[in-house]
Design a protein around this ligand. Structure first.
Ligand code: ATP
Ligand code: MG
Length: 431
């Protein structure tokens, strides 16, 4: 036997029955987007590496050490499997002049790739669902996006997801804060871990986000960016807060909230839960007014968020909110291969009526015993077995046998005329 192959570490297969949970979550998301007027955009999974270097920033974790980058063997192009999709969506918006007639509300979903240490809630291929509002300066649309996420938690039945917000101000304000921050961190150089020392001059803001307990007290005392914000930035933030307050959306201001990409300014936010261990951020986003220009487009304000589908599904599981598996309406029991030519077209007609029917499939040896067929029918969870017995077929009939019998009228077996198949749909779909 040839050597067995397995999936790449940190990359998962999603198969039944779990894939049904994914489809349900995707359906819920699509329905929500439709109601908020966000439309689907699909961009390639592979992008030029330069898009992420320019878009996300050279000294971000993602660009420094998490990207799957490679050279196209055939033409030498530098390519990368997308680690996130905001840069790709903005590239597409610029390339196709999507903002020529005003703002656009877009959403995407699909796999992203980051070379991280695999653990619960952290994978190398993971899936994001993202919503982006391009061409709007906010803060109204920032709040729209936040509220949309809150609606999602409610529709999924999720509890205990908390909103944290912050403002990153504008680049000049960040620069002034950055200098003050570096000064403070240098004063406490003895407390910095290796990671922090490495980031001291490249990305000091990110040090505030450290998970190292030994550094908590020190970073708690660091200068807050909020204190460096000018009137306009503060006004944007205060208007955002007022709109959240007006809708009764609870939040916590987290002055240490920063994001992993360089492109953010003004509003940033995260939805966090304590129920997923250390990977508690389920959705994160913010405003990125500089990104269009950074990747070579005409300046345009924009804001968006992305949620981690695996983490949402994990939380749904934790809170027992995942839907029950959906069983077929009926299972076709075919005692003998000779019945197939009658049964198969009839099942097709049922499916055209919206009935879901699983057909018993046999093999070279025939269809298998009635006992084994009924066992499979039962296991399928179907409400009815449709039995295509030779005797019944001769009389132009099929037997409906109730497998669930939760109502008196449904127990036992009834014969239904084949000629009336066109009227079976509602009864079989029923309930
Ligand atoms: P973290 O701090 O957890 O690494 P991040 O800041 O890198 O998160 P974003 O790039 O903002 O995350 O991505 C948005 C969301 O995508 C995250 O909040 C999280 O739910 C999810 N996510 C990010 N990286 C991964 C991963 N490697 N595996 C699974 N989900 C992820
Ligand atoms: Mg990360």
């Amino acid at each position: 036997m040839a050597e067995k192959l397995s999936a790449v570490k940190g990359m998962n297969d999603i198969a039944p029955p779990v894939s049904a949970h994914w489809e349900w979550l995707e359906d819920t998301l699509r329905s929500l987007m439709r109601r908020y007027g966000y439309r689907n955009v699909r961009t390639p999974i592979v992008e030029p590496t330069a898009l992420f270097i320019r878009g996300l920033g050279e000294v971000t974790d993602i660009v420094e050490k998490e990207m799957y980058s490679f050279e196209d063997r055939l033409n030498g192009e530098q390519l990368t499997l997308r680690p996130e999709n905001t840069a790709g969506v903005v590239r597409a918006a610029v390339e196709h002049s999507m903002l020529y007639d005003g703002g656009k509300r877009l959403y995407y979903m699909g796999p992203m790739f980051r070379h991280e240490r695999p653990q619960r809630g952290r994978y190398r291929q993971f899936h994001q669902f993202g919503a982006e509002a391009l061409g709007f300066a906010g803060p109204d649309v920032d709040v729209e996006l936040i509220v949309m996420a809150c609606d999602l938690w409610a529709e999924l039945g999720l509890e205990g997801i908390e909103l944290e917000i912050n403002s990153l101000g504008q680049p000049a304000e960040r620069l002034a804060h950055r200098q003050a921050l570096i000064g403070y961190l240098e004063e406490h150089a003895d407390l910095l871990d290796e990671d922090a020392r490495r980031r001291l001059h490249s990305n000091p803001l990110r040090i505030l986000d450290t998970k190292n307990p030994a550094m908590q007290a020190m970073v708690n005392g660091a200068p807050h960016l909020m204190a460096f914000l000018g009137a306009e930035s503060l006004d944007h933030f205060n208007r955002l807060r007022a709109l959240l307050d007006a809708q009764g959306i609870a939040y916590r201001i987290n002055p240490r909230l920063v994001r992993g990409m360089d492109y953010y300014n003004l509003s940033v936010f995260e939805f966090v839960t304590t129920q997923l261990g250390s990977q508690g951020t389920v959705c994160a986003g913010g405003r990125y007014d500089g990104l269009f220009e950074q990747i070579g487009g005409k300046a345009a304000p924009a804001v968006g968020w992305a949620l981690g589908m695996e983490r949402i599904l994990e939380l749904l599981k934790e809170q027992r909110r995942l839907p029950e598996p959906v069983a077929p309406d009926a299972y076709a029991v075919i005692p003998d291969v000779s019945a197939l030519s009658v049964a198969m077209p009839l099942l097709r007609q049922l499916r055209a009526q919206g009935v879901s029917v699983a057909m018993h499939a046999g093999g070279a040896e025939g269809m298998g015993s009635m006992k084994s067929q009924f066992k499979k029918a039962d296991a399928s969870g179907a409400r009815y077995a449709l039995v295509f017995g030779a005797q019944e077929l001769e009389q132009g009939m099929v037997a409906f046998k109730s497998l669930r019998g939760d109502r008196a009228a449904e127990t036992g077996q009834q014969l239904q005329p084949l000629a009336e198949v066109a009227a079976w749909g509602p009864g079989l779909r029923g309930f």
